[in-house]
Design a protein around this ligand. Sequence first.
Ligand SMILES: [Zn+2]
Length: 95
Amino acid sequence: MGTIEFDKCDFCQEEKPVWRTYLRAGIIKENFTFVKYCNDCGEPKNLNVDNVTRFEVIDHTFKNKGRVLVEYDVRVEISIQDEGRTMKVFLTEKQ
Ligand SMILES: [Zn+2]
């Protein structure tokens, strides 16, 4: 826990008292090295993808396409960009 400040929460985008925390293992630090979160949104949970070897994307929207991507034997890297509005997943060769 760091100091509390008044700023825009990276998750709800509201101006309110926020805490800062550093992104943790499994998330690539790109463009910013920390996230700001308010008490309503809560501290982001650790997302450890170090042991992941299978990646699936499943569409549960109204289009309901089901599994749209299944990849085995891959390494997964997650990048949060665009002030928390974009999530990119990079699949690379398993090491
Ligand atoms: Zn918030």
